[in-house]
Design a protein around this ligand. Structure first.
Ligand code: NAD
Length: 468
């Protein structure tokens, strides 16, 4: 165990907590159980480190580039560990690591936002400059632990802040290792990873030394984080849950889009904030859509992420597996049909059969809430207006998509979706330079691209009189 602990980065001696492999349901390692009262010292050191880190954008740029190289080099250590604790197929872990390094490189080129002239008239010239905020707290979920950690620390550090990051207790190890790898390129205490069960996250969000809390997770926890941060009036950025609808128009070619639609819902075992979580199909095509999705659900290869044949891994953790099972059981009790799957697999680990639900009442929780698992309800609609109304009939507003052959018409319908990002004939494809912001209850603030950088900076305006 001592060798394993070293492998996962420096740890504080003391209490530890178990980390489970979702493919077996058994403990495979431990992580440090840091106590909330350690945070005063951790945040204090992050503040000291900030005093130097904020001063030179060129130093930050070089360090972030070196960190990206270090992440690439550590891929063969990071990927199996990520798969082991998260469950995803190994190839997807490698893809996540590549995106982690890419994000560091993207922000390494953006460490010095230019001052901008606001007015150059008489009697005043005024200019806007940008200042880092101080120590930032980040709290991340278990579905993309590395990529989402990088989405937090790359812009925050590029902007000249330091960071204390707390990963989900379901996936602490790969993030700890990532923290050690990235920190080889950084001054001490610029990035600190703390691990442990609650109330560690709540105490971090409410810590008076934190100037910005950036959180990714569910809506209820987001609310609690915002309440905690209100104590010190730290800035909050919240990237929260989604219940994305895919609206299929009546000119869609079902067989042509079925693979893409299926994987938009089931990638990472459906544990994607922007997964397709509801499909609306025109009545005329309803049976064909259900069949096409069910056929794919039945043929997917399920297994441990470390097995190269695996296309879909297990659900990440026992509470999430129970939640997916409950939503499915409730839908079936409400009169839905499981055209594929509908049950947990009879084998060790948290495996749930990829499930396509037909004839689901619109009020069933699998439609109205976020299932965040390998279960997809397909609902029929009559008119396009009816489909748009149903798609928007939710408190969530993360993403949405429209699928059809006439792209102009699809774009017109996509423009009516109440969400932060809409796609046509795709779903959940994001570029590094785009803003990422949920509408309605799916988020507060904007991450991604330059917006992510400015989310970690405070404007500072200087007025000076012009010479007469
Ligand atoms: P969660 O809200 O249960 O937990 C998220 C993080 O918050 C974890 O690190 C957890 O330990 C911590 N936490 C729990 N209670 C806390 C508290 N009171 N104060 C502070 N921190 C606390 O979410 P999850 O189950 O880990 O992740 C799934 C959710 O995340 C889904 O709703 C999904 O849609 C969402 N998500 C959103 C995005 C996005 O970018 N919008 C991306 C990925 C996941």
């Amino acid at each position: 165990m001592a060798a394993q602990q070293r492998r996962h980065g420096p740890g504080s001696p003391g209490e530890r907590f178990d980390v489970l492999d979702p493919a077996t349901g058994e403990v495979f390692d431990e992580a440090p159980r840091q106590q909330p009262d350690e945070l005063d010292a951790v945040v204090g050191r992050a503040h000291e480190a900030w005093l130097g880190w904020r001063s030179d954008p060129a130093v930050r740029s070089a360090a972030l580039l070196a960190a990206a190289d270090a992440v690439d080099e550590a891929g063969t250590d990071l990927a199996p560990l990520l798969t082991r604790e998260q469950g995803k197929p190994l190839a997807e872990s490698y893809a996540e690591i590549a995106r982690t390094a890419a994000r560091l490189r993207y922000f390494a080129e953006r460490t010095a936002p230019r001052p901008r002239l606001l007015t150059d008239g008489r009697p005043m010239r005024s200019e806007i400059r940008w200042r880092p905020l101080g120590p930032v707290a980040a709290i991340t979920p278990w579905n993309f632990p590395l990529q989402l950690a990088a989405a937090k620390f790359a812009p925050a550090l590029a902007a000249g802040n330091t960071m204390v990051l707390k990963p989900s207790p379901f996936t602490p190890l790969a993030t700890r290792l990532l923290g050690s790898v990235v920190s080889t390129a950084l001054p001490e205490d610029v990035l600190t990873i703390v691990t442990g069960p609650e109330p560690l996250g709540a105490r971090l969000a409410a810590h008076p030394g934190i100037r910005h809390v950036t959180f990714t997770g569910s809506v209820p926890t987001g609310r609690a984080v915002a309440q905690g941060a209100a104590a010190s009036l730290a800035r909050v950025t919240l990237e929260l849950g989604g219940n994305d609808a895919a609206v299929l128009l009546d000119d869609v070619e079902v067989e042509r889009i079925a693979d893409r639609l299926f994987w938009a819902a089931f990638r990472n075992c459906g544990q994607v904030c922007m997964a397709v979580k509801r499909v609306y199909a025109p009545v005329r095509l309803y049976d064909q859509v259900v069949e096409a999705l069910a056929e794919r659900a039945k043929s997917v290869v399920l297994g441990a992420g470390l097995d190269p044949a695996t296309q879909l891994g297990p659900v990440n953790n026992a509470p999430q597996l129970a939640r997916v099972g409950d939503y499915t059981a409730r839908a079936l009790a409400d009169g839905a049909r499981a055209v594929a799957g509908g049950h947990r697999l009879d084998r060790p680990g948290y495996f749930f059969a990829p499930t396509i639900l037909a004839d689901v009442p619109a009020i069933s929780p699998v439609v109205t809430e976020e299932q965040f698992g390998p279960v997809l309800p397909v609902l029929p609609y009559g008119s396009t207006d009816e489909a748009v109304e149903a798609a928007n009939d939710t408190g969530f507003g993360l993403g949405g998509s429209v699928w059809g052959t006439d792209l102009d018409r699809a774009e017109e319908v996509a423009g009516r979706l109440e969400c932060g990002t809409a796609w046509i004939n795709h779903h959940a494809e994001l570029s590094l330079d785009q803003p990422f912001a949920g509408s309605k209850e799916s988020g507060v603030g904007v991450a991604g691209g330059p917006w992510g950088l400015y989310g970690n900076l405070a404007p500072f305006v200087v007025h000076r009189p012009q010479e007469a």
